[in-house]
Design a protein around this ligand. Sequence first.
Ligand SMILES: Cc1cc2nc3c(=O)[nH]c(=O)nc-3n(C[C@H](O)[C@H](O)[C@H](O)COP(=O)(O)OP(=O)(O)OC[C@H]3O[C@@H](n4cnc5c(N)ncnc54)[C@H](O)[C@@H]3O)c2cc1C
Length: 370
Amino acid sequence: VVLSTRRLDHLGPVDPFSGQVTVGAGATLEAVQRHAAASGFEVAVDLAARGSATIGGMVATNAGGTRVLRHGPMRAQVVGIEAVLGTGRIVSHLGGLLKDNTGYDLASLLCGSEGTLGVVTAVRLRLVGAAPFRTTALLGVADAAIAVDCLVAVRRGAPTLEAAELFFDDGLDLVVEHLGVTPPFASSRPRTYLLLEAAGAADPTDELLAALAAVGDRIDETAVATDAGRRAELWRYREAHTEAINAAGVPHKLDVTLPLGGLASFCDEVRDVVTGVAPTARAFLFGHAGDGNVHVNVIGPDVSDDVDRAVLELVARRGGSISAEHGIGTAKKAFLHLGRSDDELDTFRRIKAALDPAGILNPNALLPSS
Ligand SMILES: Cc1cc2nc3c(=O)[nH]c(=O)nc-3n(C[C@H](O)[C@H](O)[C@H](O)COP(=O)(O)OP(=O)(O)OC[C@H]3O[C@@H](n4cnc5c(N)ncnc54)[C@H](O)[C@@H]3O)c2cc1C
């Protein structure tokens, strides 16, 4: 059976008119990033798994990463798709026309489908112009509410804002110990940290700092970096959270989104919810604040699925999503009803039955049995 006429790691020419490229689903993000850079473009989505994550996998999981705030998740980058459905039919719509109102958007349907509807073989991606000037700022503030206020001020005042990441002192302590580095601020230990990055065709530092001036009296510490080495050091405090927590214990990982207005109160409340169920548990929070996305990682000997349930029920009560970017898979299937109505789940099942009638594609993922 010929699934595709292209190699799965195929990298097509970058179209200078549309700023788009067609790539095989097996190409890694890193390979596509290098390919796009040679033509003065960037892939709008970036994530730490760039060396192993394939474009097909990123589409299937609707991967997010650190720049969703500015460019949207993978779904917003996909302008065409080729896939083999569970029926064996090959659907291919790779023209990449931005205006194409000719019916259902199959590409969007396959984004985030977790391999349950079809095997993606090629993707047409929109690229963004290269942003060679980057400024990273790490702020130390008293609490999450102030961090959110800083984010809101910067988003309003600095259109070049690309990333806004949140973490707390307890997670930072683990990172500092795990990496054997010094904390970011020598003379104080703020409770809450907001990492901001702005990027553009010209130096965005003045714009970023001017936007922060509106909330300057509530910021306790600031570190600003423009050179790649120092920026990487500031990012490391945030990016090393996963490995530092994994080294401290086997975490229950909950990846949730809250409406931004409720993010700060959720961060305060969720710790009490966790210890209410598992008194010796430790909850580490970090994430993509700009998207309202918090990773709640819980470790401790008494952590059970009851903790997952309590946290996810809190998220649902607060109008959030039980899966921001990690998907549903098999682990969150039992909780999908918290964010999706019976009518939505019934529609999901009908779509699955139409595109994969024999149920051969990832049969145990995403959809709970009815
Ligand atoms: C260090 C690290 C950091 C990460 N950071 C982020 C982050 O910030 N944001 C984020 O969103 N994600 C993040 N991830 C998760 C990441 O999105 C996924 O690991 C990656 O995008 C999936 O690509 P993959 O090729 O590894 O797919 P796999 O892990 O192999 O598969 C993932 C799912 O997609 C399906 N699938 C894979 N290929 C296809 C295809 N061609 N057609 C149909 N279905 C397919 C599989 O069946 C499976 O259900 C991170 C992962 C790591 C390891």
